[in-house]
Design a protein around this ligand. Structure first.
Ligand code: ADP
Ligand code: ASP
Ligand code: MG
Length: 418
């Protein structure tokens, strides 16, 4: 069996869904499992619904209405006959969502988040699977929550591999087109969980691992994995082949084209991963496998914007050693700041972090009691794999370099735009 994953960008409108059908005609659809994300920016739109719900905002109803309208338009563009049962199926899903919003009693934000945000994937797969049947492909819709079992760590649930493996090997039918949701799972009480934002690539890898799939293909709006994000680098080039190790490194440092959790299950069973263009499905794209590091071999650039550079130094000139460092890291973890770079000397310690949840102010008040804290907001972190002088120069040109760390394979540079 082959696993195909289609992300939000590939199913953002009716033309996108028709294009998925074209991709299937070209790539084949027998004995295939499709993992599909919410359409376009639906997950972000559902996050607004969640916010409105907790804020008891007057906009709650209209924010749901907007999502309904968006999906309804896609349905009307796809199906000529509005008597098609897909209209009732999607309508029922929206009624369920509205029922939850009225009757939920749980104050647990993360729990509520997962129960609501999951409708993005549930609805997109309902539409997509009906459309594939409508076009004459024998299709089966699977509720992924009957397959992927997780703990109850809502919004960032961990997979129970044993239960998941048993469910998947028993219940996925072969020889037809299976369609299921990315990003979702369920806990032991069958409540919906999610695997972390952008987690649908990971879902594809979970299925692949449990079913011993022949391969995984993630279909993207780019020709494959490139040596830089083409949104930010004009001359980005396609990497034809990369090793699992290189792909993990690139994803870890922030090449968002592959979700970092995707690689480990695939690497364990040596299942190849193809990253291909849903616009030009016949082009080879990038293949990630056991082979050589990087083909062609060239520097790879990864950019992380809106970072925070924090420098801590001891107030009394004492060393910053293991004990301090473990305490500092404990605090970063507690305040959910993601550390992307570390550099230390005898009496100072610098980190480049991402403050996704806006917790730095509170953390700073704690750190300041023990250390002298200096920080610069809004810096950019560049990571260059396999850097050379020219690559470093390209990054540094016209910017103020605040910190630079050079390793044998990886160079990291923190800059502030002038
Ligand atoms: P999905 O629709 O599956 O969620 P994403 O939007 O998450 O897809 O990933 C595709 C995007 O990743 C591309 O549009 C591109 O801007 C970005 N990207 C970041 N780094 C790279 C890279 N090294 N190579 C290709 N694309 C990259
Ligand atoms: N829909 C989810 C998100 O936007 C999962 C995914 O697209 O991978 O985060
Ligand atoms: Mg995505």
């Amino acid at each position: 069996m082959r696993i195909f994953k289609f992300g939000g960008a590939s199913v953002k409108d009716a033309a996108g869904i028709k294009n998925v059908y074209d991709v299937l005609l070209k790539a084949g659809y027998e004995d295939v499992l499709l993992v599909v994300s919410a359409m376009g920016k639906t997950t972000n739109a559902l996050e607004i619904v969640i916010k409105n719900y907790f804020d008891k905002s007057d906009e709650l109803k209209s924010s749901v209405q907007e999502i309904k309208k968006y999906h309804n338009q896609i349905l009307l563009d796809l199906f000529e006959d509005d008597k098609n049962e897909v209209f009732a199926a999607v309508n029922t899903q929206f009624l369920e969502l509205e029922y939850f919003l009225i009757h939920n009693k749980s104050p647990n934000y993360d729990f509520v988040y997962d129960q609501i945000v999951s409708y993005g994937e549930l609805i997109s797969t309902t539409i997509l699977s009906h459309f594939m049947s409508y076009m004459g492909i024998k299709t089966q819709w699977l509720d992924v929550r009957n397959f992927i079992k997780t703990n109850a760590n809502y919004r960032d649930a961990e997979v129970d591999w044993e239960l998941t493996q048993a469910n998947i090997s028993k219940n996925v039918k072969r020889k037809i087109l299976n369609v299921t949701q990315g990003f979702l799972g369920s806990d032991e009480n069958n409540f919906t969980t999610t695997l972390g934002r952008e987690g649908s690539d990971y879902t594809a890898a979970i299925f692949a691992y449990c079913i011993n799939a022949e391969s995984v293909t993630i279909w993207k709006d780019v020709p494959g994995v490139m040596n830089a994000d083409p949104r930010y680098f004009e001359n980005a080039s396609l990497l034809n082949q990369i090793s699992y190790r290189e792909a993990i490194e690139l994803a870890f440092y922030g090449a968002t084209v592959i979700h970092p959790k995707t690689l480990q299950p695939l690497q364990k069973k040596e299942i190849p991963l193809y990253v291909k263009s849903f616009i030009n499905p016949l082009l080879p794209g990038t293949s990630v496998s056991k082979g050589s590091t990087l083909e062609p071999f060239m520097p790879c650039f990864i950019v992380k914007r809106e970072q925070l550079l924090i420098s801590l130094s001891s107030i009394d000139f004492s060393f910053i050693m293991e004990e301090n460092i473990s305490e500092i890291f404990g605090l970063f973890h507690q305040f959910k700041l993601k550390v992307n770079l570390i550099q230390n000397s005898a009496i100072s310690f610098s980190v480049c972090v991402e403050d996704k949840f806006g917790n730095f102010k509170e953390l700073n008040s704690i750190l300041s009691k023990k250390f002298k804290v200096d920080f610069t907001e809004n810096v950019t972190l560049y990571t260059i794999r396999h850097s050379d002088d020219k690559a470093a120069h390209t990054v540094e040109e016209g910017k103020t370099v605040l910190l630079k760390q050079v390793g044998t394979e990886t160079m990291q540079i923190v800059t502030k735009e002038n």
